[in-house]
Ligand binder design. Structure first.
Ligand SMILES: [Zn+2]
Length: 322
């Protein structure tokens, strides 16, 4: 099968289109013929070797994908060959107390597809049958691949952890990012007043079409002062990553005096992905969620796709069509 692989860590140029053996599935697995794979920032860190550790080499990156089931393991009776599915990218043991309690993203062995095993920049990928879900009606493969990781992350942050309520103000950083473009829509779905930031007027315009009310160009305005003005200087902060830098500084006097709360968030549960997918279906209500596809590249143009993300040119998801 054809796949994009790298044999050592480095910049985008190390991504090569190669011929590799098709995976062999076990009794509880499915073999998915990938039609579309979507990029995440995680892919850049896996490729560079700078943050993600213990990546086996050579390696096929990619966490998000959608396609058609090509083979079904002998113990799997809930999917059949030909079913159109998207990937639920959180991999966990499936039998510990966290997994059985419905909080699989807290499993000790939890990780994201495409880090410890081969991912989705490929014609085929092997997955546990519990790691795929039917594609909501009306979505094509490119749109379906653009949903899982970012909508799951944003849903877990806003709904699972922060428990947002109608009328609350929500600041979503980086409107153009995958998680940002998903977060704006989910916050709006719950009746929140959405404030967002981006580095260009074009991105801010798009953010408004997704439901943001107040938009701040962080290159022109001090977003901290703007947000203080728009809100009552109080809040709870949820963070799901540190793309531009790791180090932040907190003055503890403000944490207690202003009743501030700081949450860490990583991915979300399998159940939360099922929950968020409901809002992509027709008839779920007046407000629908929509996958935000920035651009579609053929698989062999993975290098260009990575560069587009590194240069922050995208608004929403960059997809590889296979
Ligand atoms: Zn587990």
């Amino acid at each position: 099968m054809k796949a994009i692989r790298f044999h050592n860590f480095g910049d985008a140029d190390i991504l090569k289109l190669e011929e590799t053996p098709k995976p062999i599935i076990g009794a509880n697995d499915v073999l998915l013929q990938i039609k579309a794979a979507a990029l995440n920032h995680l892919d850049l860190w896996v490729r560079s070797g700078a943050r993600e550790k213990n990546i086996p080499l050579p390696h096929i990156p990619g966490s998000d994908g959608a396609g058609v089931i090509a083979e079904v393991g002998s113990a799997v009776d809930f999917f059949k060959v030909g079913d159109k599915v998207l990937i639920s990218p959180g991999i966990s043991c499936g039998h510990c107390e966290m997994c059985l309690g419905g909080t699989d993203n807290l499993c000790r062995s939890y990780h994201v597809l495409g880090t410890k095993e081969d991912g989705t920049y490929s014609e085929f990928v092997k997955l546990a049958a519990t790691n795929v879900l039917p594609i909501p009606d009306g979505l094509d493969f490119n749109q379906a691949a653009a949903i899982p990781l970012v909508f799951l992350t944003a849903w877990h942050m806003l709904v699972g952890i922060s428990k947002i309520k109608p009328g609350e103000a929500v600041l979503v950083h980086a409107a153009g990012s995958g998680v940002g473009s998903a977060g704006i829509q989910i916050a709006k779905l719950f009746g929140a007043h959405v404030i967002t930031t981006a580095g260009s007027e074009e991105k801010l315009k798009k953010a408004k079409t997704l439901g943001a009310v107040d938009v701040i160009n962080y290159k022109e305005k001090d977003f901290v002062e703007e947000v203080k003005r728009l809100t009552n200087k109080r809040g709870r902060l949820v963070t799901c990553g540190a793309t531009s830098d790791y180090d932040g500084k907190i003055d503890l006097r403000f944490v207690y005096a202003k009743h501030l709360t700081l949450y860490g968030s990583f991915m979300g549960t399998k159940r939360e992905l099922i929950d968020v997918l409901r809002f992509f279906k027709k008839g779920a209500g007046n407000v629908q969620l929509q996958p935000v596809v920035d651009s579609v590249f053929p698989l062999e143009k993975a290098v260009e796709a990575h560069r587009r993300m590194e240069e922050r040119k995208n608004f929403g998801k960059i997809v590889l069509s296979i």
